[in-house]
Design a binder for this molecule. Structure first.
Ligand code: ATP
Ligand code: MG
Length: 367
């Protein structure tokens, strides 16, 4: 099996010791934590790894609840119920349902992988009751329970006043520790940073950064060696330069390089593999680019060529890249940021998807 996976694998997990230490400390101190970072840096994998360790310690029970596909409170209740059934009532889902969803009309089907799929109909009045019932079930477990709500920003989009309902339901609990996680964006930030909102300052915050370059370097090098393969150190450096140490992209490239290594991998071959990989993405990225209106296309290309742009509406940038006008650029920035093609941080704007950036730099170079 390829040790550079793009799925969580406890045996091939790189570093994150500091972050895990902080999360473990928060857990044992009964503190809830918000984890956020740009996309694909490793939030979900970090939670899985923490849960793996907590479960192994024997002191905690963990529940991972992915809210990605949820659009309303009822969905959240449904996913949480399914997770509870799967964890505590695997032998008898029906018995489980009568236990955790008393008085609620439900239908149950079992998916191919054996996980329960619930159908729930909730009235306005019994939503809160059901949520409390589920949380109480966890509150009364003997062991401490850690619940992670991943992609928590989805809650903001629910039609109900879900934030307030959740905050009220969560506040009195003492046996459950919560992790909230999602990608850094205005929805999530406003939720926790705006004084008017229910979750304001209610949690510890962990902003996940990139994995330390030296750590990643050693991880790649030794993973090759453990599997009786050798990679030149310049080859590893080339990977990390190309991916900027960005977790997902590093894993993908390391995966490609690893499986094409018989015994020894040279820097020259790494360069070739990376180049071929980018080539393989060409059609998809070309299509993505072609879908953009002209002013957005030009802006994306210009930003990619600059790597980071502090002020894209400056005359200097507009003139240099022959962009149409300040207003058109301003409009394009807004649209591209909303589409998550551009990402804004304290240094400025950059292309969010690193492979897309490399594609633009290679095929639409301004140099
Ligand atoms: N410490 C790590 N060691 C090895 N691989 C990792 C590590 N952290 C994350 N990964 C891998 O990197 C990829 C991105 O990680 P993950 O999906 O956890 O990111 P995320 O921040 O949750 O992304 P998103 O915001 O899109 O949900 C995954 O393929 C994951 O398996
Ligand atoms: Mg994730």
């Amino acid at each position: 099996m390829n040790p550079f996976t793009v799925r969580y694998d406890s045996a091939h997990f790189c570093d994150r010791k500091k972050e895990l230490g902080k999360l473990r400390a928060n857990t044992s101190n009964g503190l809830n934590t918000l984890i956020h970072s740009p996309r694909r840096l490793g939030k979900t994998a970090l939670i899985y790894h923490l849960f793996h360790n907590l479960e192994r310690s024997g002191k905690y029970e963990t529940l991972f609840v992915d809210l990605f596909a949820t659009t309303k409170m009822e969905d959240l209740i449904k996913v949480l119920s399914e997770k509870i059934l799967e964890k505590y009532h695997k032998k008898n889902f029906f018995e489980g349902i009568t236990n955790i969803l008393k008085g609620i009309t439900t239908t149950l089907s079992i998916s191919q992988d054996g996980t329960p799929e619930l159908g729930i109909r909730l009235t306005e009045s019994n939503k809160v009751k059901t949520l409390n019932q589920l949380l109480n079930y966890l509150e009364n477990r003997k062991k401490k329970v850690v619940v992670a709500f991943d992609e928590f920003q989805e809650v903001v989009k629910y039609p109900e006043k879900a934030e307030a309902v959740l905050r009220t339901a969560i506040q009195p609990l003492s046996n459950i520790i919560f992790l909230f996680s999602g990608s850094t964006n205005h929805l999530l930030q406003e939720m926790f940073l705006s004084p008017k909102r229910p979750f304001y300052q209610s949690t510890e915050v962990l902003v996940l950064g990139k994995i330390d370059r030296k750590m990643y370097f050693n991880f790649i090098k030794t993973t090759f060696e453990k599997n009786s393969k050798y990679i030149e150190k310049e080859g590893v450096d080339y990977i990390l330069d190309f991916t900027e140490c960005y977790t997902y992209y590093t894993q993908v490239i390391a995966n490609q390089v690893y499986y094409q290594t018989e015994e020894k991998m040279t820097e020259k071959d790494v360069r070739m593999i990376v180049s071929e990989y980018l080539e393989s993405k060409k059609t998809d990225y070309q299509n993505l680019l072609n879908l953009l209106p002209e002013n957005q296309k030009k802006l994306a290309i210009s930003v990619a060529n600059e790597e980071v742009v502090g002020k894209p509406t400056s005359m200097e940038f507009i003139m240099k890249h022959k962009l149409p006008s300040i207003s058109s650029v301003a409009q394009a920035i807004k649209a591209l940021t909303e589409k998550e093609i551009l990402y804004k941080d304290t240094e400025g704007y950059s292309v969010y998807d690193l492979f897309f950036k490399r594609f633009l730099q290679r095929y639409y170079s301004h140099k």
